[in-house]
Design a protein around this ligand. Sequence first.
Ligand code: SAM
Ligand code: DTB
Ligand code: SF4
Length: 337
Amino acid sequence: MGATKSMTATPQTPRHDWSKDEVLALFEQPFNDLLHQAQTTHRAHFDPNTVQVSTLLSIKTGACPEDCKYCPQSVRYDTGLEREQILAVEEVVAAARRARDAGATRFCMGAAWRSPKDRDLETVEAMVREVKALGLETCLTLGMLRDGQAERLREAGLDYYNHNLDTSEDYYDEIITTRSYQDRLDTLARVRDAGLKTCCGGIIGMGETRQDRAELLRTLASLPVQPQSVPINQLVQVPGTPLHGVEPPDPFEFVRTIAVARILMPASYVRLSAGREQMSDELQALCFLAGANSIFYGDKLLTTGNPEADKDRRLLARLGMGFEAHACAQAEAEDLG
Ligand code: SAM
Ligand code: DTB
Ligand code: SF4
């Protein structure tokens, strides 16, 4: 947290016992009341004018055996995506260096796998070691992990593991049939037990109800440790996927979802994640006001587009906002100061 943090409220200990009705009541508040509560919570925990920036890279693209209805990388849908083998370690390190030089503090590597094979894990461990050696925080998203795999990754220098719940347990079967909600929760437990930080969130705009959005956030907040990073994605509609053409959510409902995430998980980074390319500057500004304090930075997500880095820099400058320094760099600066 930076020196400009303006403390307008006392930091809160995260609650893990929110009821369904309490969460829905937050959603149902008048918009201005909800945003005021979210921004007040935000200011008690974070510098309100700083965003954490992560850059994503797809280290293995396409031909995934899972059937996630939103995903362009599933082998089951014809999205015109070229499948690729796992990248060479040097290619990943070169991309990470470019991301670091552009100002990112975390490098997130994603693979279109149901779960990683032990042979692939060796290559991924080498990637993590080398990216970490560049002074970046490391994050992976590789699908479900078996016992022992999270420990191996931590030993290689992994900081975060991303594994999204995506939606409510009730709506999950409408979106994915090749794995269960419990499978996701089991991997999240392995990640936590190995001492890794968790990055876990969901997707808005898949035809779910407000109740589903509330339940997703309630489930995240009720985990034994709230995820340190909570990506809220807006569905990127890709032709060929079953969710292409679904009615997009009301933008204010998206902002409300960010605000409720901020209130429920006051000390977590809430990432305004996929979907920013389809959003206006004004909508993104409202998301920051609602408590989002992290973004993906760089012109590509995994396979789809993200705003150009220049455009993001201009947007943040217009809002008087800046990038958060690397957690270690910050600690050093605080020691010196
Ligand atoms: N295969 C691994 C898995 O699913 O856990 C890791 C990669 S997967 C692409 C990571 C996350 O990207 C998914 O959990 C989902 O939340 C998000 N995602 C995928 N396609 C998306 C889309 N079209 N729009 C928004 N988010 C998407
Ligand atoms: C997350 O929650 N969103 C990112 C990251 N974690 C891995 C992925 C977004 C993917 C959007 C579709 C694509 O680019 O393929
Ligand atoms: Fe595969 Fe992950 Fe895409 Fe699902 S979200 S199809 S598991 S790459």
